[in-house]
Design a binder for this molecule. Structure first.
Ligand SMILES: Nc1ncnc2c1ncn2[C@@H]1O[C@H](COP(=O)(O)OP(=O)(O)OP(=O)(O)O)[C@@H](O)[C@H]1O
Length: 360
């Protein structure tokens, strides 16, 4: 298990900025994910850790070793690519054995280690198959075995599930997680899929435009997003603008429309959001935090009427897109005794004040 540190790492491609000033410490044995939309710099960051790119400035350190300009084959990292990058003309065995061959390991050892790696990914007995005789999911497992067989200090995975269909993606996701937990290997994972990142990671680094937005555990990033980008990229969020009308004790009252004031908690704010009377703020409200109000108390705090625009019944949930004084509000109710409404029906909604999170 080894720590990976990126110290103020920047990568320029001529005039194009790849990533700027990434400064993180990935703990030994951690499952750490780079998450963000296309072009945000996650692959560039991973490639610098693998040694395929060298940073324009900053340092990369594995344990106590500065590897900033060490070539890839001397870093002892195992890499899995989105398109698997297997050798199609070689067998499964030959593909997995490749790294050991390059390292000139004796034949007996190669046999043993390939066998063990194939067992790890549940492909024992597949050694003689050609790559084109395997399914996509099996090919990805060969790629994993090939990365693991060299017993790397760090496992690097670049969108390894994106070529798989939904069911296989979930299976392979569990497989990767199991392998990581069993081996305890420091793992760095790249994805643009926030659900995948949330499900798999110990911590996530959210990036946008080459800049790190937030680093934290999945629940921290979900419950306490640092800005609008993170709040809307991770899960769904209703983002409503408002003006602080008054503050009483630990409660803040924010006008979100001419006929609606919502109250929230003064300390439930992003670090860079400072609430004062007259200040503009953004309220972030998760759809699952919205409740159906008891119809007899429509005048109580944070309770209002919403008109149904779209109702979706998914089996587990009922999802609504509603209209509240010309503001869209998404709400998600668990399908348990909830009476499903139709378009143009009116629903009384309640937002608990603890569920409102204030952003700058
Ligand atoms: N070899 C390169 N030459 C020039 N610009 C590059 C190169 N590689 C990446 N970039 C630029 O750096 C930025 C970050 O790209 P990067 O591939 O790291 O993003 P990404 O988040 O991994 O996106 P994707 O999910 O689409 O792979 C983009 O603006 C991209 O165009």
């Amino acid at each position: 298990m080894i720590e990976v540190a990126l110290e103020h790492v920047t990568k320029q491609f001529g005039k194009v900025s790849g990533v700027q000033d990434v400064h993180i410490r990935i703990k030994p044995g951690e499952f750490f994910t780079f998450l963000g939309p296309s072009g945000c710099g996650k692959t560039t960051t991973l490639r610098m850790i693998a040694g395929f790119y060298y940073p324009t400035s900053g340092r990369i350190v594995f344990g106590n070793q500065d590897v900033t300009t060490v070539p890839p084959h001397k870093r002892n990292t195992g890499m899995v690519f989105q398109n698997y990058a297997l050798f199609p003309h070689l067998t499964v065995f030959e593909n997995v054995a490749f790294g050991l061959q390059v390292r000139k390991r004796p034949k007996d050892e190669r046999l043993q280690r390939v066998e063990r790696a194939l067992q790890q990914v549940h492909l024992q007995g597949y050694g003689n198959r050609r790559i084109d005789q395997l399914s996509g999911g099996q090919q990805q497992r060969v790629a994993l075995a090939r990365a693991l067989v060299i017993e790397p200090n760090i496992l690097l995975l670049d969108e390894p599930l994106s070529n798989l269909d939904a069911k296989l993606r979930e299976e392979t996701r569990l497989e990767i997680k199991r392998l990581q937990l069993e081996s305890g290997i420091t793992t760095i994972y790249v994805t643009h899929d926030q659900a995948e990142a949330m499900a798999m990671s110990d911590r996530i680094m959210v990036m946008q435009g080459g800049v790190v937005q937030q680093v934290g555990k999945p629940e921290e990033i979900y419950n306490r997003p640092i800005n609008r980008f993170v709040a809307s990229f991770i899960g769904e969020s209703n983002l409503w603008n408002g003006t602080v009308e008054r503050i009483e004790g630990d409660q803040v009252y924010v006008r979100v429309s001419p006929d609606l004031v919502l109250s929230g908690l003064l300390n439930h704010t992003a670090p860079n959001c400072h609430l004062a009377v007259g200040a503009q703020t953004t309220l972030s409200i998760r759809p699952e935090a919205v409740r159906e109000a008891q119809s007899e108390s429509p005048q109580s705090e944070n309770t209002f009427l919403a008109k149904v625009v779209i109702a979706e019944f998914t089996g587990v949930n009922v999802n609504y897109l509603t209209d509240v004084s010309n503001k869209p509000l998404k709400a998600m109710f668990v399908n348990q005794g909830h009476q499903v409404r139709q378009r143009d029906d009116t629903l009384a909604m309640h937002i608990p004040k603890e569920s409102i999170y204030f952003l700058e």
